[in-house]
Design a protein around this ligand. Structure first.
Ligand code: SAM
Ligand code: SF4
Length: 326
């Protein structure tokens, strides 16, 4: 196992397979004028497989596929089969908006997917249309039903936004009554691809918790899993749990075990850094596996201590979350 310069193990890779998306969530992408990467700037599946093999040898055992919307990239399912069969890859997970996912759920089960994180900020069709700028809530609900029917472990991601979905907090929390899901309320971050937007964070993790405690006075703190970003709670008697993720307040950096590869093949050792290694350039200049390993180890030995240090080194965030993958 590899440890970084702050003695944190590196065991978890978040791999963005595309920057394209079939939704336009306002906190993630501008409505129009997005410049998608030309195809040759994306890592190929073969390149990604090679990087996963190299990282797995260094101790990365958990992979999460993300994007953009992973299911808009052709050939994704074949890629997932191959990834799951890679030596050292113990867990394969995926984060999706659920628009195209429902018919693929049985195959995801056969592949052995560990869990699916489904993004669903609201259960109201009109609010969904306002947030994502597309009328796709029925398709997303269909995916949720299929995941539950097929007993796939599910986490539901909801970004909490003033004036957009506050009335959904109890509606989403109520899903945990009869379903063994984890509903995760996430602080909004400044990654909407417009550069100028830096939210005044109205809904901090503390305020989200206060709101939930008002709604559910019996809310009980649960034991969090190691390296978790969410602090977990449960409403007594309910099957599922509720997580709160301080994504902007950054309370969990001390146990961060994750690295990211963006859709264009840039390594990020912190969500808030500006990209620390152009892995695509290395790959395409003929690097051997030993060269790649050495470059990764060097990057892991210089990780910022936390998201604030990373941000300080780069200046304000300008990119869209769709290139990073969350
Ligand atoms: N398209 C997929 C989806 O929406 O689940 C995967 C990629 S998306 C970038 C991954 C996660 O990042 C989603 O749960 C989304 O809600 C979250 N996200 C995107 N932009 C965000 C922002 N500005 N603040 C907080 N979370 C954000
Ligand atoms: Fe697409 Fe996911 Fe970004 Fe929404 S959050 S625009 S679904 S990549």
């Amino acid at each position: 196992m590899i440890f970084d310069n702050h003695n944190r193990p590196i065991t978890y890779l978040r791999l963005a397979v595309t920057d394209r998306c079939n939704l336009r969530c306002f906190y993630c992408m501008p409505e129009e004028g997005i410049k998608y990467l030309p195809k040759h700037q994306l890592l190929t599946y073969e390149e990604m497989e090679r990087l996963v093999r190299v990282l797995a040898r260094l101790g990365v055992s958990k992979i999460r596929i993300t994007g953009g919307e992973p299911f808009v990239r052709n050939g994704l399912m074949d890629f997932l089969w191959r990834l799951k069969a890679t030596e050292g890859v113990e867990e394969l997970h995926i984060t999706t908006n659920g628009v195209l996912t429902e018919p693929l759920v049985p195959e995801l089960v056969r592949i052995g997917i560990g869990s699916v994180n489904l993004s669903i900020d609201t259960l109201d069709r009109e609010r969904f249309r306002q947030i994502t700028r597309r009328d796709e809530l029925p398709a997303v609900r269909g995916t949720l039903d299929a995941l539950l029917e097929n007993r796939v472990p599910v986490k539901l991601n909801a970004v909490v936004m003033e004036g957009k979905n506050i009335e959904d907090l109890p509606l989403l929390a109520e899903l945990t009554r009869d379903h063994p899901v984890e509903v995760r309320f996430i602080e909004e971050m400044p990654f909407n691809g417009e550069g100028s937007h830096y939210p005044v964070l109205n809904w901090t993790h503390r305020r989200i918790l206060q709101e939930l405690q008002t709604l559910y006075p019996g809310l009980k703190r649960q034991q969090d899993s190691p390296f978790a970003t969410a602090t977990t709670y449960q409403i007594p008697g309910y099957q599922g749990t509720i997580g709160i993720i301080a994504a902007f307040t950054r309370t969990f950096c001390g146990t961060c075990n994750r690295i990211r590869l963006t859709a264009q093949g840039t390594l990020k050792t912190c969500l808030y850094d500006n990209g620390v290694l152009d892995v695509r350039a290395l790959l395409r200049s003929g690097a051997t596996d030993a060269d790649l390993t050495a470059a990764f180890l060097k990057a892991f030995a210089h990780r910022p201590k936390n998201g604030f240090e990373a941000e300080q080194e780069r200046g304000p965030v300008t990119e869209s979350m769709s290139t990073i993958g969350g």
